[in-house]
Design a protein around this ligand. Structure first.
Ligand code: FEO
Ligand code: CA
Ligand code: CA
Ligand code: CA
Length: 576
């Protein structure tokens, strides 16, 4: 079980109250600092952010991207390291000076440059974190050349396109490998593709991934044929993957690791099996989708010695949660179970391109929107957020509907993350007891909803980040009005105690938790401040500034996603 220093409770801070303020609020004795908002140049001589949205695509490609999400600090010391962070999507109201009603190639290019990953060298300079000019400072975005590896090759007929393999999009959460690389995950990639050709109809596979003629309304296909479902019908199969980037090799080409499957990857959480094989957990964040696990074929250190990636040879499994508290990992391997030639499957590449359909065929368990996954640093116990949903049934999704979400956990057999069976339980039901008696265990210091980001620190505190979106609001119908803005909470896995640590600006979600090696600085991302939401019971304004103008509070500016660094004023570990 998790323990703090002798005699001290694990959660040593005083909880902050719920908030409707347009501010980051930390507990007494803590400080917060804004670092690298959207548009910050990644080199000191780079183009400055223009607050009217008029930076060009070429300028955006030399600046921090939009909508910060998953993040990892690759430490060099307790005081400096490489910060790698994802940029999930762009807000079309904020991204351009004149909105997005008219789509141009330049606007598509600026959108692409706003996505992807930023890598910057950061340093604690006498108590203030800064970005240093460094050869490592780099952007990877939606037009960066990429490679494919594993069973699905770049020249696979289903991936052949009119252009070379380019870019990574909708970079949601991420992971860090034991060998020191960053893995960024492609989530809602389907929304970028569309067509105005009335003869187009979605294939069964495209329907399974939510591909539609209108996409999410971005309209990129109107200005760039790369995103047109008729002119370039296979381009979309190049998305939905986990992408490995070596932050310490700024000239390296990002690699799409196809053995990890093609879904709407939330994240990639790394662990080690007891025999040294690498294990990767990943959720497919859509209501009724699944949790997956990849296990490498051999010890990752052996593969590395042979110059092979342990992420190229291995087995992808999907989770089955039984109502008796047991569970198992079902292989998604061509020739096994339903995945045979007689069942309509061609080979392993086919299984991986159509991962969702393969998991359907193998009888996986539908879940209420699986988001982040975290592995306890000592016990190997695995925790996963099911953020909210209609309530997909079974004891693993106990509420119908499930507007507040919950956190499940499982112990792999023999405490071996490489095992193929496990036992599971529900760790916490989120909610507000005023509306849902199932959340009666929660009090004023800990009501919360829609858990999303998740991460452990070195003492075994489980940090829980919330993302209250309009979809959860709609499921709840007024049930979020006491919960207020999104929050970061800490919990004790041994006692289920939970406390609100931080509240964030209006309209935003908090994501991307990572620490310095001494756990004395915590980095989190504030994503989409000002996103129009019904969370505060007010009518939805057309201008995001009416909701939030964080962090600049400039009446002529616009809200910006940013990283925030949290420190304890006495120099202690976060959360103690
Ligand atoms: Fe990108 Fe499911 O959050
Ligand atoms: Ca998320
Ligand atoms: Ca979410
Ligand atoms: Ca998000």
């Amino acid at each position: 079980a998790a323990v703090a220093a002798a005699g001290k409770p694990l959660l040593g801070f005083k909880a902050v109250p719920t908030s409707s303020a347009d501010a980051v609020v930390v507990p007494d004795g803590y400080s917060s600092q804004v670092l690298i908002p959207w548009g910050t140049p990644i080199h000191s001589g780079g183009p400055a952010f223009k607050k009217d949205g008029s930076n060009t695509a070429a300028e955006q490609a030399q600046q921090i991207g939009a909508h910060h999400d998953g993040m990892h600090l690759f430490p060099i010391s307790d005081k400096h390291g490489l910060l790698a962070l994802n940029h999930e999507y762009i807000d079309t109201t904020l991204h351009y000076a004149d909105g997005s009603a008219v789509m141009t190639r330049e606007k598509v290019d600026k959108a692409l440059a706003g996505h992807g990953v930023s890598i910057v060298k950061v340093r604690d300079r006498r108590g203030t974190w800064i970005v240093e000019d460094s050869k490592y400072n780099r952007r990877v975005h939606g037009a960066t050349p990429v490679a494919f590896s594993g069973p699905v090759k770049a020249d696979h007929p289903e991936l052949r396109s009119n252009n070379a393999p380019l870019g990574t999009l909708n970079n949601c959460s991420s992971g860090a490998t034991p060998w020191g690389t960053y893995v960024t995950c492609e989530e809602n990639w389907n929304g970028y593709f569309g067509t105005d050709d009335p003869t187009w109809a979605a294939t069964a596979e495209q329907k399974r991934y939510g591909v539609a003629a209108a996409g999410f309304g971005y309209g990129w296909h109107k200005a760039d044929p790369r995103f047109d479902l008729v002119k370039n019908p296979k381009e979309l199969n190049r998305f939905g993957w986990c992408v490995e980037i070596d932050p310490f090799d700024p000239k390296s080409t990002p690699v799409k690791r196809t053995a990890l499957g093609r879904i709407k990857h939330e994240g990639a959480t790394f662990a080690e099996a007891s025999d040294g094989r690498v294990v990767v957990y990943t959720g497919d964040d859509q209501d009724g989708e699944y949790i997956y696990k990849y296990v490498s074929a051999e010890r990752w250190k052996n593969s590395a010695k042979k110059g092979r990636s342990p992420l190229d040879d291995g087995t992808l499994y999907v989770a089955k949660f039984n109502d008796d508290g047991s569970g198992s990992w079902i292989p998604l391997v061509f020739g096994q179970g339903a995945l045979t030639a007689a069942g309509g499957w061609k080979d392993q590449a086919d299984v991986l391109i159509r991962t969702r359909t393969a998991a359907d065929a193998q009888g996986a368990t539908r879940l209420d929107r699986p988001e982040w996954i975290a592995v306890h640093p000592e016990t190997g116990e695995v925790y996963a957020t099911l953020t909210n949903g209609v309530g997909n049934g079974g004891k693993v999704n106990p509420r119908k509907p499930n507007p507040y979400g919950h956190i499940i956990r499982w112990n792999e057999s023999g405490h071996d993350n490489g095992a193929l069976t496990f036992t599971w339980d529900v760790f916490l039901l989120a909610g507000d007891p005023a509306y849902d008696p199932a959340a009666a265990a929660l009090g004023a210091d800990d009501i919360f909803g829609s858990p999303d980001g998740l991460g452990f620190d070195g003492d075994g505190r489980l940090w829980i980040e919330t993302d209250i979106s309009n979809t959860s609001q709609n499921l709840a119908s007024k049930g979020y009005d006491h919960i207020g803005n999104c929050a970061l909470l800490a919990s004790d896995p041994a006692t289920r105690e939970i406390k609100r640590f931080l509240t964030i600006p209006r309209g935003a979600e908090v994501t991307g938790v990572t620490f310095t090696p001494d756990f004395k600085a915590m980095f989190v991302n504030i994503q989409h401040p000002g996103e129009a939401s019904t969370a505060w019971g007010a009518p939805t304004p057309a201008d995001p500034r009416a909701v939030s103008n964080w962090p600049d509070f400039d009446p002529d500016g616009r809200p910006r996603s940013a990283t925030v660094v949290i420190t304890k004023n006495d120099g202690g570990k976060i959360g103690t």
